[in-house]
Write a protein that binds this ligand. Structure first.
Ligand code: B12
Ligand code: SF4
Length: 421
């Protein structure tokens, strides 16, 4: 069961697809983290979005609807990466972005001429994008204030599927349209679901500047090189930025090189993070373990760094080679992919490949151990009260929320480095 989760982020994908749908089409939206799918509801067509780890579950839903005679369209990251597989469970697969393509798909459906696959030949323009149907977002602890200003990212890290998904094209919406949409959102707190909000530094400057008069609070994702641009940090803070998700990924330069993330320099991490804290911006970071240069000592070393830097929140996971990425091709060629059960491709509960310098069990245990250490009450107090001291009124509850969520996973793991003592 997916519904009833403790941490519920709002979802933008299907509310935006709904906004791209002609007004005379009646729409019902189900977000499975809020409520279960109702198979008895009558429908002509069901559209389902899915990531890789959710794909087996999405396929079950698709099969059930198709068994009841309902036409199913699949879209999102996994169907775009593996369209032939998705087509086994759908009447049609929409690859990549929906703008421009979705209306033709619906037209073909009405004429009884639905094709197996739809994909825009070129990335759509983001000018004049409709506003997502936020009225369809329900039951979200974080409200409905989700928005995007840009799509894709100018970088191409070896484990990331975005370059392939977006035809290697980073694009920005007109700043005026983003600001007008942000102003129209009743909530005071916004989440930018962009992949990299600072993919174009000048654009980001302009956006942050024009957000200032709205006096909203916001969080978003950016690359670590934001710390090189002092003015941008201050504009972000002035425009209401409370926290940034930064993909540090690793504290080992060789691991970063291995995956093409050379724009992250671990020697700059401590200083960069304290610059953000000084500006009142909390740091949430993505961390990936299991690169070829990672050995069993990496978990303990990373924990020491996270405490020293006072990293506010961390998403800690094992390297997950999504199909369609360069890292998947490499590991497959080396015979190191252990399973194609996509439900295990969630970076948390399973390791799906054979690491180079440790066993997959050690990698899994190390990820669990680090997660438990990071969200222990001792570490939460040291990181937040001693080092970070940023946004404590929301940072402490958020850390406690993650602690409860991860405690529920129930596996404490162990520190693989200690097995050698
Ligand atoms: C926001 C986000 C989240 C939020 C989700 C909030 C929510 N409830 O939706 C949170 C933080 C919870 C999250 C969690 C995870 N995420 Co995430 N997330 C994203 C992010 C940054 C943006 C997605 C988004 O909303 N974009 C804005 C909307 C409007 O765009 P869109 O979703 O692409 O939809 C457009 C098209 O794709 C298309 N479309 C999509 N689906 C469909 C379906 C139909 C029927 C149609 C017609 C069209 C269509 O139409 C839209 C308009 O063009 C993406 C990166 C990305 N660019 O996709 C990663 C991304 C989707 N996440 C990813 C991952 C790995 C995860 C996690 C596994 C992380 C983790 N270890 O926990 C979990 C998995 C959760 C799950 N069970 O699936 C990967 C997925 C890779 C893969 N192959 O599956 C991505 C692509 C990031 C990356 N760089 O690799 N994520
Ligand atoms: S910086 Fe982040 S979003 Fe951009 S390609 Fe690398 S992993 Fe993907």
């Amino acid at each position: 069961m997916r519904w009833g989760r403790l941490i519920r982020f709002p979802q933008l994908t299907m509310p935006l697809v709904a906004a791209l749908t002609p007004a005379d089409v009646e729409i019902h939206h189900t977000d499975e983290t809020v409520s279960p799918v109702s198979f008895s509801r009558s429908a002509d067509m069901v559209g389902i979005t899915t990531t890789t780890c959710a794909a087996p579950h999405a396929y079950e839903i698709a099969d059930e609807f198709r068994g009841r005679g309902v036409t199913v369209v699949l879209g999102g990251p996994h169907p775009t990466l593996l369209p032939d597989e998705a087509a086994l469970h759908a009447d049609s697969v929409l690859l990549g972005e929906a703008e421009g393509v979705w209306p033709s798909l619906l037209g073909d459906f009405q004429r009884g001429q639905l094709k197996r696959f739809y994909r825009a030949n070129t990335p759509p323009s983001l000018v004049g994008l409709p506003r997502a149907r936020r009225d369809l977002i329900e039951g979200r602890a974080y409200g409905r204030g989700v928005i995007v200003a840009t799509r894709s990212c100018p970088h191409a890290c070896g484990y990331c599927m975005l370059p392939h998904f977006y035809h290697h094209r980073f694009r920005c919406r007109p700043v005026a349209e983003v600001v007008a949409e942000a102003a129209s959102i009743p909530e005071n707190a916004l989440i930018f679901w962009d992949d990299n909000l600072i993919g174009d530094i000048d654009y980001a400057r302009e956006l942050f500047r024009r957000l200032i008069p709205l006096r909203k609070r916001w969080t978003g994702q950016a690359t670590f090189d934001i710390v090189e641009h002092h003015d941008l940090i201050h504009l972000a803070a002035a425009s209401g930025c409370e926290a940034l998700f930064l993909g540090l990924e690793s504290i080992t330069a060789a691991s970063l090189r291995e995956t093409g993330k050379v724009f992250n320099d671990p020697r700059r991490y401590l200083d960069g993070i304290s610059r953000l804290h000084d500006a009142g911006i909390a740091v949430q970071t993505g961390l990936v373990f299991g690169f070829d240069h990672d050995d069993v000592t990496v978990f303990e070393r990373t924990f020491a760094f996270l405490e020293k830097a006072g990293v506010d929140v961390a998403s800690i996971g094992s390297l997950t080679p999504f199909p369609g990425t360069p890292i998947f091709a490499k590991l497959e060629a080396e015979g190191r992919i252990l399973t194609r059960d996509w439900s295990k491709y969630n970076a948390r509960t399973d390791v799906v490949f054979r690491p180079r310098q440790m066993t997959s069990d050690q990698l899994q245990a190390g990820v669990e151990w680090l997660t438990k250490q990071f969200y222990s009450l001792g570490s939460i107090s040291r990181r937040l009260l001693v080092s970070s001291r940023t946004g404590l009124y929301w940072n402490i509850p958020r850390n406690l929320g993650y602690k409860i969520a991860f405690d529920k996973l129930g596996r404490p793991g162990y520190n693989p480095a200690e097995q050698f003592v």
